[in-house]
Design a protein around this ligand. Structure first.
Ligand code: NDP
Length: 281
């Protein structure tokens, strides 16, 4: 029987561990604060932002939501980011993606001060990740590492295959697994013989964005399968891996929902506390 890796359980542990750190910061009169910039009325983004603000409230992090008009220009948005960068009460800045088409998203994300970059997307933080230096890490892949560590899944010396090479999930995921001494392969849409590559994996991470694309042909019996995918199909949330094949063949797996998803917000909270501790040191 495969072990179900329970993301909600790990999320709750992490949030509980953060509470005394938040309380210690609050006791100094400078509670941690997250500023969230949400533009437009993308239903998915609104839900994500609501959940992020609720998580802040749960553990005592202050939050500030800014909702500029959807017609805002890149320059105007950059001015808002600069104000938040300069505001000492703000420890973390999160710009909810996607941004409206007239906005140069790259310029906006690069404008967030690296010390307040709680999404871990700034090139300076990507560089620190690559160099193995301390810094703010992207939330979803660091959440996956928390699941692996807290379920004591051995990583060193094992073969990890990451399917997906986005800047926010696949690439940082591969670097974190490498830093934990896995032998890492990164696959993408141009990989030939994807199934063969995936079947080599002791740890298989799917971050593709295609509903149930990986199935029994892709899973080595006994592998640990981490399904990062979040796809809406007929109103239902589904991952990138066929759940039946994953449950039957793997030794442990993350379900969708309830696996990796809850960790993303927990790691955002963790990054905000980390940023507050260093910003206020
Ligand atoms: P992107 O669309 O940015 O990247 C998808 C990656 O999958 C690309 O590297 C792409 O390859 C690769 N890919 C696409 N099709 C194939 C294929 N047929 N075979 C092999 N590789 C393929 O997505 P994200 O990284 O942002 O997100 C991936 C998934 O994770 C999505 O379902 C997203 O919703 C989910 N997600 C979940 C989060 C959570 O909290 N659980 C947080 C963030 C994302 P190429 O580079 O060649 O195009």
């Amino acid at each position: 029987m495969a072990i179900i890796l329970d993301g909600k359980l790990i999320r709750d542990q992490i949030l509980e561990e953060l509470q005394p750190r938040v309380a210690a910061l609050t006791a100094t009169g400078r509670p941690p604060q997250l500023a969230v910039v949400l533009i437009g009325n993308n239903a998915g983004s609104e839900v994500y932002v609501r959940n992020k603000i609720a998580a802040c409230a749960k553990i005592g992090i202050l939050s500030r939501k800014l909702s500029p008009l959807p017609t805002i220009s890149t320059e105007e948005l950059l001015a808002i980011i600069q104000d938040l960068n300069a505001d000492p009460s703000v420890d973390g800045i999160l710009v909810q993606l996607p941004l409206p088409p007239q906005i140069d998203a790259g310029r906006v994300l690069d404008a967030v001060h690296p010390d307040k970059d709680v999404d871990g997307f700034h090139p300076l933080n990507s560089g620190k990740l690559l160099a193995g230096a301390p810094g703010l890490r992207p939330c979803t892949p660091s959440g996956v590492m928390q699941i692996l560590h807290r379920y004591q899944i051995p990583i060193a010396g094992r073969k990890a295959v990451v399917v997906g090479r986005s800047d926010i999930v696949g690439k940082p995921m591969a670097i974190l697994l490498l830093a934990a001494n896995a032998t890492v392969t990164i696959c993408h849409s141009r990989t030939s013989n994807l199934a063969e590559e995936c079947r080599r994996a002791d740890i298989l991470v799917a971050a593709i964005g295609r509903a149930e694309m990986l199935g029994e042909d892709h899973i080595q019996p006994g592998a640990v399968v981490i399904d990062v995918g979040m796809n809406r199909v007929d109103g239902r949330l589904t991952g990138d891996v066929d759940p039946e094949a994953m449950a039957r063949l793997s030794s442990a797996y993350t379900p969708v929902p309830g696996g990796v998803g809850p960790l993303t917000i927990a790691m955002l909270m963790s990054n905000t506390v980390q940023a507050a501790e260093s910003n206020k040191a």
